[in-house]
Ligand binder design. Structure first.
Ligand code: NAD
Length: 293
């Protein structure tokens, strides 16, 4: 069994980012990312902190806008419109989920598609569906695809089963993997909460992706001998033996499944590492596209 580690592959992406960043700087341009955080959700706060830290490490211009949980829809729209007009900002990310009273789709629609580095604006999702490389693909799915490519796993003609149909992960990854680019050309099946006989479906997978949000949901009965397993899940479970009383686990029961796999991603240290790397890559590309480089 080969362990597909996110850290080293993310480092490769950061290396490319740095190279591109230096070129931009030499040409007089500084890529800038704005992250908008509404409310106090601790997980969202931690994600935003990591994104800010990575921007600083790369030397990128970074702006964090923190708004109270009771922020009104119109006020959030105005923040987005101001960032759209800000020449120093090339990428805008609104940390999801937003508090319940806010309409996420309406907010995403306000983001200039050329600055939508999270890839969730309908223009970018349309470009993804059209195999148009000028768009931005969502970061977690493109991170999964990059992991497979960097690990030398053949996707062309492979049977890929993705469990989970969210736009953020499952549906977008399906579009990427059935696309014609590198890491694509797969035969993709999406399974979800209404799928009948899920185990029979997932056992057909050469590459099985779990994006469900249920700890240890995928067990050995779901996995074909010799399959590649990509675990997108990040779930916090109670663990009295852990220093914080809890720990992170994936959607795959790693210990029970690993010996059946040709390759598998761990949690933590797998897909999660890639998401921020792809965000940085998208932001630098947004800057290049804007400046015509
Ligand atoms: P979501 O809740 O939007 O979607 C979950 C999907 O799982 C749904 O499509 C649902 O149909 C499917 N599902 C639920 N129960 C099922 C069942 N019993 N059988 C089959 N399918 C079932 O979640 P999401 O935003 O797509 O996130 C999924 C997981 O990935 C979560 O653990 C989340 O924390 C994690 N995640 C990780 C990253 C990262 O950076 N690694 C990024 C985003 C999400």
């Amino acid at each position: 069994m080969k362990l597909i580690e996110g850290k080293s592959i993310a480092e490769t992406v950061y290396g490319e980012c740095l190279e591109s960043f230096e070129e931009l700087k030499a040409a007089g341009f500084l890529p800038g990312l704005a992250v908008v955080l509404v409310g106090e959700d601790p997980a969202s706060r931690a994600y935003v902190g990591s994104k800010e830290k990575k921007c600083q490490e790369l030397g990128m211009h970074s702006v964090k806008i923190e708004l109270p949980a009771e922020t009104k829809q119109e006020d959030l729209h105005q923040v987005i419109l101001d960032l759209n007009a800000d020449e120093t900002i090339h990428g805008i990310l609104v940390q999801l989920p937003l508090p319940n009273h806010l309409d996420e789709d309406a907010v995403i629609l306000r983001i200039d598609p050329a600055k939508d580095v999270d890839g969730l604006h309908p223009v970018n999702l349309g470009k993804l569906a059209m195999d148009d490389p000028t768009g931005f693909a969502p970061c977690t799915p493109s991170g999964c695809q990059r992991m497979l490519v960097e690990s030398g796993i053949e996707t062309s003609g492979a049977n890929v089963v993705i469990v989970g149909r969210s736009l953020l992960v499952g549906k977008s990854l399906a579009l990427l993997m059935m696309g014609k680019g590198e890491g694509g050309n797969a035969t993709v099946t999406i399974a979800h909460s209404r799928t009948k006989d899920l185990k029979a479906v997932t056992r057909e997978a050469d590459i099985l992706v779990a994006a469900i949000g249920i700890p240890h949901f995928i067990g050995p009965d779901h996995v074909k001998e010799g399959a590649v397993v990509v675990d997108v899940g990040i779930n916090r479970i109670a663990d009295p033996t852990a220093p914080r009383g809890s720990r992170l686990v994936g959607d795959v029961d790693f210990d029970a499944v690993k010996d059946k796999c040709e390759a598998i991603t761990p949690v933590p240290g797998g897909v999660g590492r890639m998401t921020i790397a792809m965000l940085m890559a998208n932001t630098i590309r947004a800057c290049r596209l804007k400046e015509g480089l």
